[in-house]
Write a protein that binds this ligand. Structure first.
Ligand code: SAM
Length: 296
């Protein structure tokens, strides 16, 4: 079935971008008293150990979250970046960085009693781990875990009774079809629930489907008359390299993006401060850069 396990990637530069944006959107949702629901269509295992076997195998956090922590902080640190660093720190003992929260735990940490969280995770092992991790929170019916296909499963919940909701769509894109399924899911969801906020993460890799995804989401948002925001973070070149023996080295994920439909109005200004700081800290070569655009 699936071979992707987020534990290999937890805390990498893509998580830094994704989780900083996620947190900023959630903070905005909590500013109003009215209850909201968050749907995480691809939840992962929920909590990760940065000193565990998986993380050691790829050491991606060393070029992501851990690099941010170890760097001399810019003065002043962009507020949403500081918020992200504080949030991850809240899962750890002072000065230690062993635990990295995935999206389910980041979201759950901001819920009020009246808010709800629905987590979809299809991988048998990760959904088991997620269930065990979430059980520790004793959150009762506030958090539901569904071992279902998130692209399909979301449909039955839209529109949510709360009429305020965020949908985080963070597939592994292990299957080429995922790119098309994201677009189909967002198009369908916008018809069911046009005022929801939709946040999609995607990899920026030399592959036509990946290249087209943000363009298709932009077209969807524009056609629906909805505002949108796109942010990308590049840390290095995507060119294939060669080692001394002439073997091709895959460079690893060079860049990723977040595309948000119906974003909070404050998000663009917040990211305008945070993205240059992410680039400055996480850059691996001279190709490091960011983009930030919005419309609608
Ligand atoms: N959102 C998580 C976070 O930020 O911590 C990371 C999620 S990871 C990138 C993607 C997850 O989606 C994997 O755990 C994978 O097993 C799961 N998955 C893959 N296809 C799925 C599907 N169709 N529905 C639900 N989960 C799926």
């Amino acid at each position: 079935m699936f071979s992707y396990r987020h534990a290999f990637h937890a805390g990498n530069h893509a998580d830094v971008l994704k989780h900083t944006v996620l947190l900023a959107v959630l903070r905005h949702l909590t500013q109003k008293d009215t209850a909201f629901t968050v749907f995480d269509t691809h939840a992962g295992a929920g909590l990760y150990r940065l000193d565990g076997d998986y993380a050691q195998t790829s050491a991606e956090a060393a070029e992501g979250f851990l690099k941010l922590v170890a760097s001399t902080p810019p003065n002043p640190v962009a507020p949403i970046l500081q918020d992200y660093l504080d949030m991850v720190a809240s899962f750890n003992k002072a000065g230690s960085h062993k635990v990295y929260p995935g999206s389910p735990f980041i979201i759950q940490s901001l819920l009020r009693d009246r808010d709800k969280l629905k987590l979809f995770e299809l991988h048998p092992t990760d959904s088991k781990t997620l269930t065990a991790n979430i059980a520790q929170l004793e959150a009762g019916r506030q958090v539901a875990i569904l071992r279902e296909d998130g692209f399909e499963g979301i449909k039955k919940f839209l529109p949510p009774p709360s009429r305020r909701a965020l949908v985080l769509c963070d597939p592994s894109y292990e299957l080429k079809g995922d790119y098309g399924r994201v677009v189909t899911m967002v198009a369908d969801a916008l018809q069911r629930f046009a005022i929801g906020t939709y946040a999609v993460w995607y990899p920026i890799i030399p592959r036509p489907e990946a290249h087209d995804l943000p363009k298709k989401l932009k077209t969807l948002a524009n056609k629906a008359g909805k505002s949108w925001l796109g942010a990308t973070l590049t840390v290095k070149s995507s060119k294939l390299l060669q080692d001394d023996a002439g073997e091709t080295i895959r460079p690893g994920l060079p860049a990723s993006g977040m595309f948000i439909i119906n974003p909070p109005h404050t998000l663009r200004a917040s990211l305008q401060l945070a993205l240059p700081q992410m680039v400055a800290t996480l850059r691996q070569d001279a190709n490091a850069t960011f983009t930030l655009e919005s419309g609608g």
